[in-house]
Design a protein around this ligand. Structure first.
Ligand code: AP5
Length: 214
């Protein structure tokens, strides 16, 4: 199965993708994570992407589509993929169709997380991850069971993203409204679009997504 999770910054795409990976063994393909890894490694792509990401704008279509193609090439044909944060423009949606068909894959679901943007600023500015295993947490909504210790790997170091500040979040949301939300009509005629209330409790969001995949 190949699934797109769509929604503005902080909608819960990464949170829900991680849960689907754990339950179903999908591969999470997050272009944001790929780009952050490239920035950290100081690759040419990372050097080019850093300033754009820090400003909350979109990295070029060519770069992100090439990253997705490479990741899919490394994936066993029977393993499903969750596209988290990709595609984000009409050009990327078009590229994804070609990338998938060239690899004998097809899109099964596009799941949009429907959210109230004003509430997302609080979600994003309170977010942090384990520096060792990447598990996501939130200052209010998802704390580790033991303060300062990662539930998953026992690590004690945590980090926050440089673009998770209120000003950059507003730019990221504007980019979503202007460039990403308009790609939904590309998928509507295919009958594969579903909407989930992304403001619901995390477990309820997961249950709604599971209902769509069943
Ligand atoms: P990216 O990393 O994709 O960030 P994003 O789309 O802005 O999404 P986020 O990761 O911020 O949010 P999320 O929906 O995953 O929410 P999460 O689950 O963490 O992109 C970053 C940048 O990279 C872009 O700005 C761009 O520059 C570049 N980029 C990436 N892909 C690109 C592309 N395809 N093309 C061009 N440029 C690209 O949840 C947020 C918080 O809320 C968490 O703390 C979580 O615990 C909490 N939470 C989640 N769900 C709930 C719930 N139901 N109730 C309460 N709290 C919740």
């Amino acid at each position: 199965m190949n699934i797109i999770l769509l929604g503005p910054p902080g909608a819960g795409k990464g949170t829900q993708a991680q849960r689907l990976v754990e339950k179903h063994g999908f591969k999470q393909l997050s272009t944001g994570d790929m780009l952050r890894a490239a920035v950290k490694a100081g690759t040419p792509v990372g050097v080019q992407a850093k300033a754009v990401m820090d400003a909350g704008q979109l990295v070029s279509d060519e770069i992100v589509s090439a990253l997705i193609g490479e990741e899919l090439d490394a994936l066993p044909p029977t393993q499903g993929a969750i596209f988290d944060g990709y595609p984000r423009t009409a050009a990327q949606a078009e590229s994804l169709d070609s990338i998938l068909s060239a690899r004998g894959r097809q899109l099964d679901h596009v799941i949009e997380l429907d959210v109230n943007e004003d509430a997302l600023v609080e979600r994003i500015t309170g977010r942090y991850t384990c520096a060792t295993c990447g598990k996501g947490y939130h200052d209010v909504f998802e704390k580790p069971a033991v303060e300062g210790t990662c539930d998953k790997c026992g690590g004690h170091e945590f980090k926050r993203r440089p673009d998770d500040n209120a000003e950059t979040v507003r730019t990221r949301m504007a980019e979503y409204r202007a460039k990403t939300a308009p790609i939904l009509p590309i998928y509507e005629p295919r009958g594969i679009v579903s909407r989930v209330d992304g403001m619901a409790d995390m477990d309820d969001v997961t249950a709604a997504i599971e209902g769509i995949l069943a």
